[in-house]
Design a protein around this ligand. Sequence first.
Ligand SMILES: NC(=O)c1ccc[n+]([C@@H]2O[C@H](COP(=O)([O-])OP(=O)(O)OC[C@H]3O[C@@H](n4cnc5c(N)ncnc54)[C@H](OP(=O)(O)O)[C@@H]3O)[C@@H](O)[C@H]2O)c1
Length: 273
Amino acid sequence: MTRSEQVVLITGASSGFGKAIAEAMHARGYCVYGTTRTVPAPAKADSYRPLAMDVDSEASVAEGVERILRERGRIDVLVNNAGFGVAGAIEDTTVEEARAQLETNFLGTHRLCRAALPGMRERRSGRIVNISSLAGLVSVPFQAFYCATKFAVEAYTEALRMEVRPFGIHVSMVEPGDFATGFTARRRMARASGPASAYDERCRAAVGRMAEDELRNSDIGPVVRKVVAVVESERPRLRYPVASLLQRTMVALRPALPPSWFEYLIMDNYEIR
Ligand SMILES: NC(=O)c1ccc[n+]([C@@H]2O[C@H](COP(=O)([O-])OP(=O)(O)OC[C@H]3O[C@@H](n4cnc5c(N)ncnc54)[C@H](OP(=O)(O)O)[C@@H]3O)[C@@H](O)[C@H]2O)c1
């Protein structure tokens, strides 16, 4: 099968990783649909196909997937990338704020998998790449709900991979560290954050440090190239961390260190001792 016959669906393609992955896959000759919640501009002559989709909505996901199946009859590759971050102290975060985070980052991934899997299963082939995070491996103070959604994506992906392997479907995760995308500016602070919060000073320090680390790292190329490599790999692995040596070392060291030492390192890193 030629690349132009292979249909790729990437969620959250209006910005950051999703946009760059959609452009890279299009440039390699795949037929790419990239989603955004805003009404997309008509497709440019030499670009991927924009598709309106809100991953929070069953109806919107069903409508978007139906359109692809009507136009192309199949989805060969699904990249679950749409997501955002909620930050703030756990005590300051309402259940509604937490639910919104789960709705997009975790249940959005599940909605898309459910929509794409039947066709992949029938054809006995398919690729799913879930964009997780190093925050799916190590929890970060004042980003508990974001981390919880990515830990959930990790657990889900591990299980899904084993469930669908007999159908010729490969499931993997790419786990970025900190990168400059639209993510930093779109981060939602829990509404109760601010000077009235008992956590204000430490929360600002930790989230500020995180934002600095993200904005310092503007080359998102390694994440984009990793996703392309995973899609094109004969036997993709479960996990692909893409992060600085320091961050990868921290994650690798975790099982070897006493938990209190690891906690100290994390708190020191986020300046909240
Ligand atoms: N940047 C980092 O440091 C970093 C690190 C690790 C993991 N990640 C993960 O990478 C993924 C992409 O984020 P990014 O860094 O590229 O951020 P970004 O530039 O803000 O892009 C996020 C994309 O997600 C889309 N999106 C958000 N909510 C959506 C919804 N309900 N339905 C459909 N689309 C939605 C946005 O599209 P619209 O608003 O146009 O709909 C946008 O295209 C996320 O899953 C994020 O958690 C990022």
